[in-house]
Structures are given as C-alpha cells and as structure tokens.
Design a protein around this ligand. Structure first.
Ligand SMILES: [Zn+2]
Length: 70
C-alpha cells in the first residue's frame, strides 16, 4: 500500500506538478508554480510585498497600520 502526502497537486497529461510558494520571511502563501514531478512535495520560497518593502526600508519592522511617511 502506497501512502502519499497530497502536498503537491499533479496536473494530468503534461507530467508537471504544482509546488506551493511561500514567503521565506513571514511564510505568507504566495500561490504556486509549476515544477517537475521530481520536485513534488517541496516548497518554493519567495518574498511577499510586505517583506520586500520592509527590506527596502532597511529591515525596519512594519508598524501595523501601513502608514507611509512622506
Ligand atoms: Zn513576507
């Protein structure tokens, strides 16, 4: 009996699978991208908008209400 963890949704026909993408900083879900079946079950890392903005501003934590200082 084969037990598989359905972490990766396989699409039929084209031999590709979907790999979930999460933000490497805050782990917010960023969607999914197509990967080869060999990569099935892995997670890809990206950067969400909030984290990229925070890095651009010099690693300062986001205040919470999204105020912009102009
Ligand atoms: Zn993030």
């Amino acid at each position: 009996m084969i037990v598989s963890i359905p972490q990766c949704v396989e699409s039929d026909g084209i031999g590709a699978a979907l790999m979930p993408v999460v933000c490497a900083w805050c782990r917010a879900p960023l969607g999914a991208k197509v990967c080869s079946p060999a990569m099935a079950g892995k997670v890809s890392h990206g950067m969400c908008e909030a984290c990229s903005e925070r890095l651009m501003r010099g690693m300062r934590p986001i205040a919470g209400d999204g105020r912009t200082a102009r």
